[in-house]
Structure formats: C-alpha cells, structure tokens
Design a protein around this ligand. Structure first.
Ligand SMILES: *Cc1c(COP(=O)(O)O)cnc(C)c1O
Length: 322
C-alpha cells in the first residue's frame, strides 16, 4: 500500500523549513534508565507545530500566498500559523469565539495575526473560516490532516534519528496524528526495527478509538491535562488515519494522574512542559511501557497555563481545580 506522505516528502520539507525553525536538542533522563527526551517544547512558539505550518505555507504557490491564511485554532496550531505567516510575510487571520480568554487572544495578536472575534462558539469561528475561504480566497491551513503538515512534523523524526541513531522505541503524543504519522514514516524507513508507540489520554482520544474501530469515529470530548490532545480526527480523514493505522505498532492510554506525575518528574529533570508532552513519560512511569533499550519520548510542547502548572507541582492530579 502506498501512503500519502513519503520519506522524500519529509526530506524536502526539512530543506524548505530549515532557515525558519530551531533544531532542538535531546537529553537523557537522569533518573529513568534508557529514557531520552526530545526537547521540542523549546521550538519557537513552544511546540513542534511550527514545522508543519511553515512547510504548509511555503508549499503554497507564490500567487496563492497573497490571499492569506486562516484558521480557527486557538491552541499551538493557531500560534504556529500566526508566527509562520508573519515571518514569511503572508497575511494571517485567526478566528476566535467571544469565549476565548483575553490572554489567548492577546498572545495570538502578539504573534502578528489579525484576530477576528466571531460569535459565541468554536462552530461560529469555523463558519467564518469557511466563509473567508469561499468568498475571499483565503487558505485554510489544517492542523493535521494534510500532506504538507505531516511532512513538516516528520522533520522532527529526521532530527531524532540523527541525534539518537541507537533508538529502539519511540513514544509519541497522539491526537489528530500529524506528529505520529510524520515521525512513523521516517522511523519505519530509517530505523525499521524500532517500535513506534502512540500515547494519548484515556478519555476523549479520537485517534485511539478510530484505530480500534478501523475507521474514523467521533468521541465525546472531556477536560484533560493534555488539552492539546483534544478534538476529533475528522470523519473524512484522508491522511493521518491511514498512516497511523499502517505504521503505529501500539497505542497506550494514560490517566490524568499518570500525566500529572510525569509533568512533575520532567520538571525535576529541568523540562517545563504541557500535559500533552508528558504522555510518553507517563506511560513509562506507570509501567505501561517497559523500555528494553534507548527509548525516545517527544516533549512536544511547553504551553501550559502557569497557574495550572503550579497546581500540578503542588500535587494536583487533574485539570479541574481541586
Ligand atoms: C498538537 C499537539 C500534539 C498532537 O499532535 P497531532 O499531530 O494532533 O497528533 C501533541 N502535543 C502538543 C504539544 C501539541 O500541540
């Protein structure tokens, strides 16, 4: 079976985005043998999503870029798109509902995007995206289900294989699957013996449920410390579902308390990260994955609300205030 993204696509993306992104380092865990972390939370904008967004914008034909790019994402994808668009001189619009907190609105404005406040729900914001695409010719940059996005996220895998050629397993945070799909293509090609494991939260994990069902399914969303792992995969998913179905060896689910424990552990190791980035370590610390050789976890992002981080460090084991 041919997959929608190839190693050559990812190598081309790496050359394309190199001037615009940081290479991030890897460090051994000093407490847990065989564990090595990829410090991608130190990427510009605080998450790997800058790789995909930059590649997606650079892959647009020059005459289309002038129409500008648009998204309704308030999370790491929205931040990445705003930053990438600004640094490439492309107009960017982020559509938000009135419910999005002021500090998030300001953060996106500071990254250089026009913020459009539309309606009282995420659906209203998404309707404005659809309108701007249909009427103004703006280009919707999707968060994961897109060949250029997957190729961009895969560039992280090229760095990992180079920095840690002896790896024998990798634990990857899994939501829409853009990150896992990109990494899996690289690692299956260059380190075919390494195990590739997606890790996500127990409640509301759409890709895990879809892989079990054998086709994309919707799940009920719930509040999680791993807020960047929420959301569906799209019932019409075309790119990330088939790649994850073909290449992931296993999916592990972790609880909120396991995520909180991993955030505390990684903080002691000098890594201040968000919940989504802690799931790989959470699986190991909980005994749900047993390393049998150099095992990489991807610290995918660091954008955690400081008040929440403080509560977790003080012992909280859930997203809601105790
Ligand atoms: C988006 C995101 C993920 C999940 O990536 P997908 O490509 O949606 O699977 C993991 N960690 C962080 C920090 C993210 O922002």
């Amino acid at each position: 079976m041919t997959l929608p993204v190839t190693l050559a696509d990812i190598q081309a993306a790496a050359a394309r985005i190199a001037p615009h992104i940081h290479k991030t380092d890897m460090q051994a865990d000093t407490e847990v043998p065989d564990m090595i972390v990829k410090c991608e939370y130190r990427q510009k904008t605080g998450a790997f999503k800058l790789r995909g967004a930059t590649n997606a914008i650079l892959s647009l034909p020059a005459q289309r870029r002038g129409h500008g790019v648009i998204t309704a994402s308030t999370g790491n994808h929205g931040r990445a798109m705003a930053h990438a668009a600004k640094s490439l001189g492309v107009p960017a619009v982020v559509c938000l509902s009135r419910l999005v907190p002021e500090n998030k609105v300001d953060a996106i404005r500071e990254l250089g995007a026009e913020v459009r406040i539309i309606g009282a729900s995420q659906d209203d914001a998404m309707a404005e995206v659809a309108r701007a695409v249909a009427t103004d010719g703006m280009i919707d940059i999707p968060p994961f289900d897109d060949r250029a996005i997957v190729a961009g996220q895969g560039t992280l895998g090229l760095e990992i294989v180079k920095q840690c050629p002896e790896m024998n397993a990798i634990l990857i945070p899994l939501s829409g699957g853009g990150l896992a799909a990109g990494l899996a293509i690289v690692i299956k090609a260059l380190r075919p013996d390494a195990r590739i494991i997606g890790v996500t939260m127990e409640n509301g994990a759409a890709m895990a449920a879809s892989l079990r069902a054998g086709h994309p399914v919707d799940v009920t969303e719930s509040v999680s410390l791993a807020d960047s792992l929420g959301g569906g995969i799209g019932l019409q998913n075309k790119v990330t579902f088939p790649i994850c179905a073909a290449l992931l060896d296993q999916v592990i689910l972790v609880t909120e308390a396991e995520i909180a424990r991993a955030i505390r552990h990684l903080d002691r190791q000098g890594h201040r990260i968000e919940g989504a980035a802690a799931v790989g370590h959470a699986a190991v610390l909980a005994g749900k994955f047993h390393p049998t050789g150099p095992t990489v976890t991807v610290l995918s992002g660091g954008n955690i609300d400081p008040a929440l981080h403080a509560r977790i460090m003080a012992g909280a084991n859930a997203a809601e205030t105790a």
